[in-house]
Write a protein that binds this ligand. Structure first.
Ligand SMILES: [Ca+2]
Length: 513
């Protein structure tokens, strides 16, 4: 009896000690003391064709700190999906960590069991656990229908550097008005742009009030009519899902408004074919007063067309969104742009999981964004500044592994701001960030949902897009034909699709809680 209890006590002590030691080692570096430890990893190489990330300084540094070597299989991103999809389909000779060819929204890969359920390893993934706790939207998007989390994400900025309103500020100043924030004031301004010699060349007829690519019209005017035409499907405050182009009252008002702009010559005849190069050319000749584009473009592309632009004051400048019956908003995008999983057939699962966790750590993310002191940045007055070579020598900079396209890296608004003019960064803080609105979330589809979506959605959106142009340009009469348009959408099973999106949204909302 005594011997047994002593043995039990010793065992309990050993377990307690080893648990303590284990707990202390979780998430700490190096990840292993074993010599020559390695994990294999399949991922995208750089988008710069002359850059090879298999020997990138920053990523090598990461491996040194972890004491884990990564055996890379890096593939050209332009052929990544075509190359990797058959490899995954065969399931043979796959590495420990895999960057998927897409975000697996239809659960094609995760439903086969080929990837480890990462939520079952959270006790050795402290960095990823922290990331998920701090990012509930991403966590909900990554939660599969079975409630498990299979992937770590690569993410993009979602609420800044998105499409925004931009005005020709010298024109606005010449009129002595404020940048408009309502539909009514906006239309008044367009009329003045149309009728006056804004560019001062003596010809009052060469001004184009607004130059906008057709794909940005839903961003620009949808929110003022209470519609998220960008996502298409959206949930209202009560969590009820709608399809924006099927909202018989508000969508009709939206089309009527655009048809009015078109009839007045405020939306130009060739708006459906206009591209960014043409718009840039118009700014270069000071011919246009308004555009709508990714906010990135206002300094680096559009303002830069003006010879007087010196980087201190913007010429084509972002402004707040337009409000109508509903408040203006800027529709953001969903954060997850790529995913990485651990091969469930790997003989090295625990180390692969730990390495993936370290790759997601704040320390590693900081390395992808900033690089290393003396190499990519210096500290001036307590703040980090990139060294000149970072902007002067792109191939060198990319070759370091900056922003790590082959890692689950998180795009940073802070690091983007560093590369832009001060007035531009300030404009984004003032006029874009406060109005950002989340788009419809990205949610995994069940097999039944996939079949309904693939059966109906493409035909539906094609029809909606075609009718939108017809109504705006007046080829079809809103008065006479809008009701039959709505009836056609019903015939195209729009209600079935709304049901699917509602079920998905409900799962998302549940995963958020
Ligand atoms: Ca003129």
């Amino acid at each position: 009896m005594k011997k047994t209890s002593i043995l039990a006590l010793v065992l309990a002590l050993v377990m307690a000690l080893s648990c303590t030691a284990y707990a202390e080692s979780v998430g700490e570096l190096p990840l292993t003391t074993e010599e020559g430890a390695s994990v294999s990893m399949l991922a995208m190489n750089s988008w710069y064709s002359t850059v090879d990330l298999s020997d990138a300084t920053l990523l090598n540094e990461l491996q040194t700190r972890a004491n884990v070597k990564i055996d890379w299989n890096l593939i050209d991103p332009t052929i990544y999906a075509d190359t990797v999809s058959p490899m995954l389909a065969s399931g043979q000779d796959l590495p420990d960590i895999i960057q998927l060819p897409d975000t697996d929204n239809n659960m094609t890969y995760l439903s086969t069991g080929m990837f480890v359920k990462l939520d079952e390893y959270m006790d050795i993934m402290p960095n990823y656990k922290k990331f998920l706790d701090e990012n509930p939207i991403i966590k909900a998007s990554l939660t599969a229908v079975d409630g498990h989390i299979y992937y770590v994400p690569q993410t993009v900025v979602t609420s800044t550097y998105q499409p925004v309103m931009m005005y020709n500020m010298p024109w606005i100043e010449k009129l002595g008005i404020e940048a408009p924030t309502t539909l009514d004031a906006f239309v008044e301004m367009l009329r003045m742009f149309r009728d006056q010699d804004m560019n001062g060349n003596g010809d009052a007829s060469d001004e184009i009030p607004m130059s906008i690519q057709a794909s940005f019209l839903p961003y620009m005017f949808g929110p003022a009519f209470g519609l998220d035409l960008v996502s298409g499907f959206y949930a209202d405050e009560a969590g009820v899902v709608h399809y924006a182009a099927y909202e018989s009252e508000n969508y009709k008002k939206y089309l009527t408004f655009l048809n009015g702009l078109y009839n007045e010559g405020l939306l130009e005849v060739e708006f459906t074919s206009l591209n960014r190069d043409q718009i840039t050319e118009r700014f270069a000749n000071d011919l246009t007063g308004v555009t709508y584009d990714f906010s990135w473009q206002m300094s680096t592309l559009y303002s830069a067309q003006y010879p007087e632009y010196d980087g201190t004051k913007g010429i084509i400048v972002g402004a707040a969104p337009l409000s109508g019956e509903y408040p203006g908003a800027y529709i953001g995008r969903t954060p997850v742009s790529g995913v990485f999983g651990v091969n469930s057939k790997s003989g090295n699962i625990e180390l692969a999981v730990k390495m993936l966790d370290y790759i997601m750590s704040e320390e590693a993310q900081d390395l992808y964004v900033w690089g290393m002191e003396g190499l990519t940045y210096e500290v001036v007055n307590g703040e980090r500044e990139y060294l000149p070579r970072c902007t002067e020598d792109t191939i060198w900079y990319q070759g370091l592994g900056i922003n790590a396209p082959n890692m689950p890296s998180q795009q940073s608004a802070e690091a983007t701001a560093v590369l832009l003019a001060d007035w531009h960064v300030q404009a984004i803080a003032d006029m874009e960030a406060p109005y950002a609105r989340e788009p419809f979330p990205n949610i995994y589809s069940t097999e039944d949902e996939v079949s309904i979506i693939s059966m109906y959605l493409t035909d539906l959106t094609t029809y909606v897009d075609e009718r939108a142009v017809a109504f705006i340009c007046g080829y079809a009469s809103i008065e006479d034909e809008f009701d039959s348009y709505i009836a056609t959408l019903q015939g195209m099973q729009v209600e079935e699709l709304i049901k699917v999106k509602q079920a998905q949204y409900d799962r998302y909302a549940a995963a958020m809680n």
